[in-house]
Write a protein that binds this ligand. Structure first.
Ligand SMILES: [Zn+2]
Length: 318
């Protein structure tokens, strides 16, 4: 079974016009297109990424299950609130996913600075909409270890759902990479040993070793590798050597790091680097492709990365 633990569905009303303006600027520069073309041709493709499109892309890539989510950017003062409230955004995600009950699973995207509202929303999301956990994007402007957020973590433990938090540098202005440092999630792992924490993007290029070091001593921390498409494409030897090193790292406490590492795609955001289908094929082919660099990988290790570890993390029955 192949499981992506990170993907998106998008509706125009899930972010503010100002937020899309930042995206349009980025796309325009990165793709060398005028802003008019981005608004006319590129953004409508982004807005069309609903559950139907997500499942179609999964089928093309032979992904069996996907964990999908929105992003709560609303508390960032540079972009401001979306047209929909954060509750409406998450409800839309849940309703979309409910059309594909064996394929799509959801996280509740929320900024913990919403305080009591966030706690209530997460409770509703899990108990009423069957959401599987919480999604943070701290780059909106907060450190996840703020004691003001602890009631939210206590609620997550009570509901037995993980906190999944972005840990990678970001090219999208005005969001800030310093808040993505995984060290702030180490605080949660230390204070709340019963809280499951997922490091989204496994630290990407800059924080990988920090993530590994944290995972070695914190058995309640997990990670997923979406975002590494860029490394796989540009410097495959570096990515494969890192992966081998990670697979060989034992943990002081809990299961080995490799048994807590999962696959993810971040569809549709990284399609321009490597499309989801090629990303799945790239990972499947590691035991063969790594030979070129003198590295050995077992089929079982790759199977666990692609699905088995996520089955356990998300309590799926195989
Ligand atoms: Zn994402």
């Amino acid at each position: 079974m192949i499981i992506s633990t990170h993907g998106h569905i998008i509706h125009k009303n899930c972010s503010s016009d100002k937020c899309y303006e930042y995206y349009a600027n980025l796309f325009s520069k990165a793709m060398n297109l005028t802003k008019e073309v981005v608004y006319e041709k590129v953004l409508p493709l982004v807005y069309a990424c609903n559950a139907e499109a997500h499942v179609q892309a999964m089928e093309e890539a032979r992904i069996d299950k996907s964990l999908i989510m929105a992003v709560d950017w609303g508390m960032n003062s540079d972009v401001g609130e979306a047209k929909w409230t954060i509750e409406e955004i998450n409800e839309w995600v849940a309703k979309e996913a409910a059309q594909y009950p064996d394929k799509l699973y959801t996280l509740c995207a929320v900024d913990p600075r919403r305080g009591e509202k966030a706690v209530k929303l997460v409770e509703k999301a899990v108990t009423k909409w069957s959401m599987k956990g919480v999604k943070f994007h701290p780059t909106a402007g907060y450190y996840p270890d703020d004691p003001a957020f602890f009631p939210l973590y206590e609620k997550c433990i009570e509901l037995d759902v993980p906190v999944c938090s972005h840990t990678a540098t970001l090219i999208t202005a005005p969001f800030m990479s310093k808040y993505a440092d995984p060290i702030y999630l180490d605080t949660l792992a230390a204070k709340f040993p019963d809280l499951k924490i997922l490091l989204i993007h496994f630290g990407s290029l800059s924080y990988t070793m920090k993530c590994v070091e944290i995972m070695v001593s914190r058995p309640n921390i997990y990670a997923e590798i979406s975002g590494y498409q860029a490394q796989a494409l540009i410097m495959p030897d570096n990515f494969l050597k890192t992966l081998r090193y990670v697979f060989d790292t034992p943990a002081f406490l809990g299961p080995a790091v490799k048994d807590r590492l999962m696959f993810g795609t971040d569809w549709p955001y990284l399609e321009s680097f490597m499309d989801q289908k090629n990303w799945v094929e790239w990972i499947k082919n590691i035991p063969e492709s790594a030979k070129e660099f003198g590295l050995k990988f077992k089929q079982r290790e790759i199977k666990n990365l692609l699905g088995k570890n996520a089955e356990k993390f998300l309590n799926f029955k195989s």
